[in-house]
Design a protein around this ligand. Sequence first.
Ligand SMILES: Nc1ncnc2c1ncn2[C@@H]1O[C@H](COP(=O)(O)OP(=O)(O)OP(=O)(O)O)[C@@H](O)[C@H]1O
Ligand SMILES: [Mg+2]
Length: 213
Amino acid sequence: MRHIMVLNPKGGCGKSTLATNIASYFAAEEQQKVALVDYDPQASSLDWLARRPANRPEITGVAGFEDGYKHLPRSADIAIVDSPARAHGPELTDLLNHADTVVVPVLPSTIDMQAASKFLDELKKSGKVQRKGVKMAVVANRVRDNTLIWDELDEYLAKLRVPYVAALREAQNYIRAYTRGLGVWELPEYLAWPDWDEWEPLVKWLKSKRSQP
Ligand SMILES: Nc1ncnc2c1ncn2[C@@H]1O[C@H](COP(=O)(O)OP(=O)(O)OP(=O)(O)O)[C@@H](O)[C@H]1O
Ligand SMILES: [Mg+2]
């Protein structure tokens, strides 16, 4: 079973937003059996799942923060893992040990960009990344066009030696979708098409060999 983990110790950068939308993508668009593993005791991903309408493709929730992968259904095709803020050191190593693919959301703010650089350096030093046992990519999140800081982020991300695969705009659709237990995939096309376009390179990467060790 493949494990895709959304990871960044910085709080509020969009881990749960990405994790729930990736889970919704594989369930609704790829008809896969998806487990959503929440390692954050705040349990935002599991709260989202509790809001999910019964007529939508099923996603199985796993309370990773309670007992790890113990209740991960063996029949799942793919596990999407949401992680807590402030994961470093042994906790980070433990999380990484279960990941095949890591997605790192970064906000266009100087503080977040600096913190992300340090975190990516920490990741690059981990044995698992050095053995190429995990593939990672960065996603810019909550981007507003034509802002100075966005230009800076774009430049910063291009310089990192980690693939920068997508930029997602700041949009009410993410809040709308979260509230209804859906992904932006499951919102009507007339509302969500700009977000679908932005997600395209990320899902393409996730489905390609480039994101798999
Ligand atoms: N692209 C976006 N557009 C608009 N709002 C967004 C977007 N991404 C995230 N948000 C909002 O930003 C807030 C933080 O996002 P989220 O909870 O996904 O971050 P997080 O990294 O999981 O936070 P934490 O570290 O607390 O777990 C939420 O209110 C979420 O709805
Ligand atoms: Mg979260």
